[in-house]
Write a protein that binds this ligand. Structure first.
Ligand code: GRF
Length: 204
């Protein structure tokens, strides 16, 4: 069990990466993060990985002639790593079709809203502006769409009248750090069964 290999894709500060690192080192996930890949050389997430002794690869998006060349390099890096699971953690790009189909139902993402509400960028701002009273976060499998894949876990939290996108984001983030490691654990334990759009979670 413990040799299940997780690769995490990041672009930014990496608090969800940190939650996964902490869960793995604390024995709460039956696997280990073998590589962190960033499309952004300045991502603080890279520092977090290095501090934890996890190898990193930077594929600086700006240094590639276009999306196709970038995705080819990403796929080659993934293939070398041979991951059981790929986690997107604040990764700011749409994963291309070739990679999605190569790793179908083996790529997870965390999104800061209750999908299918507010997909895409600035989900917390969308929620505040829409005036919803409840929001939260979603861990889902990645498919070809934007935040459209089958939902694994969700957590809810209130939205208050005086919330700003920032205060709501901060509240949601606490739940993200709980449910992302939980979803990874369920996946690695083989407790997720996909039936069409539904992900059935085996109890116990
Ligand atoms: C999180 O809100 C996550 O849901 C979204 O991007 C943000 C990343 O934050 N996909 P961090 O880099 O994990 O701190």
């Amino acid at each position: 069990m413990l040799d299940k290999r997780i690769v995490v894709l990041v672009s930014g500060r990496g608090t969800n990466l940190q939650a996964l690192i902490d869960a793995a080192t604390g024995g709460k996930i039956p696997g280990r993060i073998t590589l962190v890949i960033s499309d952004n050389p300045d991502a603080y997430a890279l520092r977090r990985a290095q501090k934890a002794g996890i190898p990193t690869v930077t594929l600086d998006y700006a240094s590639f002639p276009g999306k196709k060349a970038y995705e080819e390099a990403l796929l080659a890096t993934l293939e070398r790593e041979n991951p059981d699971l790929i986690c997107l953690a604040g990764y700011m790009r749409i994963v291309g079709r070739t990679i999605v189909s190569r790793y179908r139902y083996r790529i997870l993402n965390i999104h800061p809203s209750l999908l299918p509400a507010f997909p895409g960028l600035e989900a917390q701002k969308q929620a505040v502006e829409y005036g919803v009273k409840v929001s939260g976060c979603t861990v889902h499998f990645v498919d070809e769409g934007m935040d459209t894949g089958p939902i694994i876990l969700q957590a809810t939290c209130p939205v208050f009248d005086d919330d700003t996108p920032e205060t709501l984001a901060e509240r949601i983030l606490e739940y993200e750090h709980e449910i992302y490691p939980q979803a990874v654990r369920l996946f690695l334990e083989g407790k997720l069964r996909i039936e069409g759009r539904k992900v059935l979670v085996q109890k116990g």
